[in-house]
Design a protein around this ligand. Structure first.
Ligand code: UDP
Ligand code: MG
Length: 166
């Protein structure tokens, strides 16, 4: 089944110059990148992204981590990968959430670490199922930023202030 999944290279992945390595690993899947951008993560976006973990003791640290407050890189690389069994393929390559338990050859096993405060800095995010993928992709991307029509969209005439080139 063709699927789409959200992939984030988290701030530790960027600060460690791992982007190239991670993209090379992901290209082994033969999946297609159908959207990509660098995002400065607001507190609101970070909280919304990890809303399911709001009750966890590590939540505030996790929100700080995703925003890049723990690293000298306040940004993430957000991408949508698309193709056959995209969700499982990317999750398998990413490896287990806890980098110490992840296969050493997986992305998280190779590059992740646990901070002294107990946060898993695991360099990459990957959607865990189709429902989460839809919620996350719609949170991070507008329809016109994705080159395939992966979810239904509509055209609306809006009157909003928008920054344009001067
Ligand atoms: N996380 C953590 N400690 C935990 C569980 C999760 O620091 O005990 C962090 C870790 O960065 C992880 C993120 O919270 O990637 C989201 O957790 P989730 O359970 O969704 O794991 P994932 O889907 O990223 O494997
Ligand atoms: Mg998750």
């Amino acid at each position: 089944m063709k699927q789409q999944t959200l992939v984030l290279i988290k701030p530790d992945g960027l600060v460690k110059s791992l982007t190239g390595n991670i993209l090379t690993r992901l290209s082994e899947t033969k999946l297609e990148i159908i959207a990509a951008k660098i995002v400065k993560v607001s507190p609101e976006l970070a909280r919304e992204h990890y809303q399911n973990l709001a009750e966890q003791p590590f939540f505030e640290e996790l929100i700080n981590y995703l925003q890049g407050n723990l690293h000298a890189r306040r940004k993430v690389l957000a991408m949508v990968y698309w193709g056959e069994d995209a969700i499982t393929k990317v999750r398998d390559l990413a490896g287990a959430t806890n980098p110490e338990e992840a296969e050493p050859t997986s992305i998280r096993g190779a590059y992740g670490r646990i901070t002294s405060k107990g946060v898993y800095e695991n360099v990459i995010h990957a959607s865990s199922n189709e429902k989460e993928a839809e919620r996350e992709i719609k949170l991070w991307f507008e329809p016109e930023e994705i080159i395939l029509d992966v979810y239904p969209s509509q055209t609306k005439t809006l009157s909003i202030a928008k920054r344009v080139w001067a």
